[in-house]
Design a binder for this molecule. Structure first.
Ligand SMILES: Cc1cc2nc3c(=O)[nH]c(=O)nc-3n(C[C@H](O)[C@H](O)[C@H](O)COP(=O)(O)OP(=O)(O)OC[C@H]3O[C@@H](n4cnc5c(N)ncnc54)[C@H](O)[C@@H]3O)c2cc1C
Length: 385
């Protein structure tokens, strides 16, 4: 059989290449950019690992099993299950009441959170946790906001928790993302953890690449015109400001959410409090992720961002700006929002020239899970011919 050509060196293309490599099947992997990993990108700077956008690995995603089995995630470490709600100088920990009992109940002191909201969180968790994730993607989707309202959550709880938390995941503030995606992510958070790998998000693709034959790998490859039409066109953007700080600012391993309607910040986190290798010895890395509505604003200076962080945490911070990383094409917004084990338009067809596999970001939903499933289905399609 002639070589299989894979176009796209993101996690989908790398997954297909790894499976072909392990089966000793011949392939060539072509990536137009100068790095592997696609959206999973990290810039190393002065001993700090700066991910391109705030990114985590949801350990419970079923498709990640392929990498759990190979030990690629053995040293992943988790953020705390929950988040700080930051508003008007007040810092309240909203922790998973079942996993972080009793401190999870501290949230009841927050004015935006009613006892009924905590009850509804537990109820939602119990109703989703034993379902298989495929089921979330069947049926007619409504928006995440409509779904949360139909579950009985108070508007103040939606505004102070769900909105900032899921804005950080969906990269859109209106919570218009189909509720299937919300259920899937909520399910994954209840079942597993939001994790970081040592050295940044790009460590995962780097580990896959280390298992591949370098003779088959081609960076800076000329784009294949047939692949172009298979790339999704509409995207949500994101932007992260990074600062060197001396302490974890009291956030420890929990992310901090801007629980007010004001300002440019969506969330803040100290990745080095979770994985120490994100910062050099004696330092911490502060990641400030902006609201999507602030991404398009021409110039928000790092000092303005830092002032907003100080306001949210109600403390003066000594920090040195490191970098600002914008990701204009972070999440595709025109996916079909399916689970990903259905046949996809990118699978090669008999009229496709040669043995071309397209892994250029056209996935069933905007998740790592769907990207890995896509790579697996491309691999299977070779063996089905
Ligand atoms: C800031 C951010 C946060 C995220 N957070 C999460 C999260 O919390 N949970 C989650 O599950 N997912 C998250 N994601 C999404 C997840 O990272 C992506 O869904 C996944 O990485 C997509 O992988 P992919 O291989 O399908 O596509 P991509 O990573 O887009 O890779 C496609 C590759 O194809 C290349 N290419 C394009 N055209 C051609 C061509 N003609 N020839 C050759 N190569 C070509 C591109 O250069 C690119 O490298 C996040 C993404 C970002 C950016």
């Amino acid at each position: 059989m002639p070589d299989v050509q894979i176009y796209g060196g993101g996690i989908a293309g790398l997954t297909a290449a790894l499976l072909l490599e392990e089966q000793k099947q011949t392939y060539q992997l072509y990536e137009t950019q100068s790095h592997w990993g696609g959206k999973l990108q990290t810039t190393q700077q002065d001993g700090f690992a700066l991910d391109h956008g705030f990114q985590v690995i949801q350990s419970a995603y079923p498709a990640l099993e392929i990498y759990h089995k190979r030990g690629y995630l053995n040293d992943a470490l988790a953020f705390g299950s929950g988040a700080w709600l930051l508003s008007n100088g007040r810092k309240t920990l909203l922790a998973d009441p079942l996993r972080e009992f009793p401190r999870g109940l501290a949230a009841l002191g927050h004015p935006g959170i009613k006892l009924n909201d905590v009850f509804q969180v537990v109820k939602l968790r119990n109703s989703l946790i034993n379902q298989s994730p495929q089921t979330f993607f069947r049926g007619n989707p409504i928006t995440t906001l409509q779904y949360l309202q139909s579950c009985g959550f108070s508007q103040s709880f939606i505004e102070s928790f769900f909105k900032p938390f899921f804005t950080g995941i969906f990269l859109e503030e209106a919570l218009n993302t189909p509720h299937s995606m919300f259920q899937f992510v909520f399910w994954a958070l209840a079942k597993g953890n939001a994790c970081l790998l040592p050295g940044g998000i790009q460590t995962l693709p780097n580990r896959i690449v280390a298992s591949l034959n370098p003779n088959n790998l081609h960076l800076n490859a000329s784009p294949d015109y047939r692949a172009e039409g298979r790339t999704l066109q509409k995207h949500f953007a994101t932007q992260a400001h990074y600062f060197a700080v001396d302490t974890h600012l009291g956030l420890v391993k929990f992310i901090g959410l801007n629980a007010t309607n004001h300002g440019n910040i969506n969330l803040i986190a100290i990745p080095s409090a979770v994985q120490s290798g994100y910062a050099p010895n004696g330092k911490h890395l502060l990641c400030v992720s902006l609201k999507p509505s602030s991404n398009g604003l021409a110039q928000i200076s790092p000092s303005q961002i830092l002032t907003e962080v100080e306001h949210l945490l109600s403390t003066k911070i000594s920090a040195q700006w490191l970098n600002t990383l914008a990701v204009p094409q972070a999440l595709p917004s025109d996916t079909p929002y399916l689970y990903g084990d259905e046949p996809q338009p990118e699978t090669p067809t008999s009229n496709g020239p040669g043995n071309a596999l397209y892994a250029t970001g056209n996935i069933a939903n905007p998740s790592l899970n769907a990207a890995i499933l896509h790579g697996m289905s491309l691999y299977s399609s070779v063996n089905c011919r």
